[in-house]
Unconditional design. Structure first.
Lengths: 217, 217
DNA sequence: CGTGGCGTTGAGGTCTTTCAACGAGAGTGG
DNA sequence: CCACTCTCGTTGAAAGACCTCAACGCCACG
């Protein structure tokens, strides 16, 4: 895992300049960090909680493009405005960096740039996986894919309950479905014995193999 | 437009090492450049023609994640294998770089790294736009979005015919639809007067405003 | 104990897919 | 030069997956 590498690089090489420019912030669940199209003058690192990134259509339809967990960074837009909005799913804590200072740091620390490039590559691969999901998978496959991937990303070991911080509606907007269809897919996977639902905000992977198979790839 | 910047950087700063490592290649329409999961030991720049990048499910369902046009690069996987397959849509010409030499060059030319990071950011923004399309737009909106964006990307001025090198099936796999639905959406937009279809492989944007509106955002 | 948000379930509707037929055009071979 | 064939695209009819609308239960909160 390379999740800590940015912070690592900062702390080792540039502690003094980091100290000068880092600020910490907290947001309550549901609050907006920034909006799509807003001026992109800060870069963030998430340290606690979960964020959702999303894009909107004029009539209100929403696509969540990703959920961020501690260790993820966001906001590095090379255009002057954010390409997406960001909101707190749970209470969150994060580090904020002024964008200009961050770019200056980028000039001074080549390793940081390489790290960001590597991360961007990972994100791109994830985005392509998500396109496959949205364009070609069934509701059941979409949910199964998400549940497998999320458990893994959270580092939850097999058989352990995984916390689901987001609502069914959020999940729907992430998977390109409605809340109701997500709910039915949960029921379906549960009835099939692939997962268990101790309560509405937790799930357990009961058959990793079969769930992976239900995910379609 | 920064499309030429990589080549620019190479030619100005590293001409001799470039000469040593660049190789040119051609592929006929339909041929495979590399397959998903194959060893990622080369990086490419497309100089002529159009490529499609895609991911597959086991049962053959395909999602095209992007069409590449001259000036685009591909293949910079930080993992050891390609995350997607690449095939020629038309006859293509490209430059190939051995991956290791390319990474060495990356160490020597900091500007190149910044350029790649900037491009990765653009690609990520495009990918998120595509997620919105796949997850939340109707068939008509998807096609309208594509037609507007493709004309722009090709730099075709308003009212001029745009060449469509890919088949309806390719378009379907890109937009998360079937060939038939794509065809119906074409007919629909044509009947509505938003576009014209001089022949099956060209279209004309007749009302940029209204087409943009039909694209949903 | 009411109220409101969230999730589940059912019934009916809709958009897209599936299946099928048909037409146009390119390339092939008689 | 003219069938012949194959691919690609279009169109229609029927089927299906998901959506919409609605009712209901649960739980936290005031």
């Amino acid at each position: 895992m390379r999740r800590a590498a940015v912070c690592g690089a900062l702390e080792v090489n540039e502690l003094q300049s980091l100290e000068a420019m880092v600020r910490r912030a907290r947001l309550a669940a549901g609050q907006v960090l920034f909006e799509e199209g807003g001026p992109a003058d800060e870069v963030f690192t998430l340290t606690e909680g979960v964020l959702r990134l999303y894009k909107l259509l004029r009539d209100g339809r929403r696509q969540i493009t990703g959920f961020l967990i501690p260790g993820d960074y966001l906001g590095l837009a090379f255009a002057g405005t954010y390409a997406y909005g960001a909101e707190a799913v749970t209470d969150v804590a994060l580090c904020r960096f002024p964008r200009r200072a961050f770019l200056r740091l980028l000039d001074e620390v080549p390793a940081l740039e390489r790290e960001l490039l590597s991360r961007a590559g990972n994100e791109l691969a994830l985005a392509q996986e998500q396109m496959l999901l949205l364009g070609r998978k069934t509701a059941r496959e979409r949910l199964a894919s998400f549940l497998v991937g999320f458990a893994e990303r959270r580092g939850v070991e097999a058989g352990r309950p995984v916390a689901l911080p987001m609502s069914r509606a959020d999940l729907g907007d992430y998977l390109g479905l409605t809340m109701e269809t997500v709910s039915r897919a949960f029921t379906n996977l549960c009835d099939a014995g692939l997962i268990a639902l101790p309560d509405k905000r937790h799930y357990v992977v009961r058959h990793h193999e079969r769930l992976l198979e239900a995910a379609g790839a």
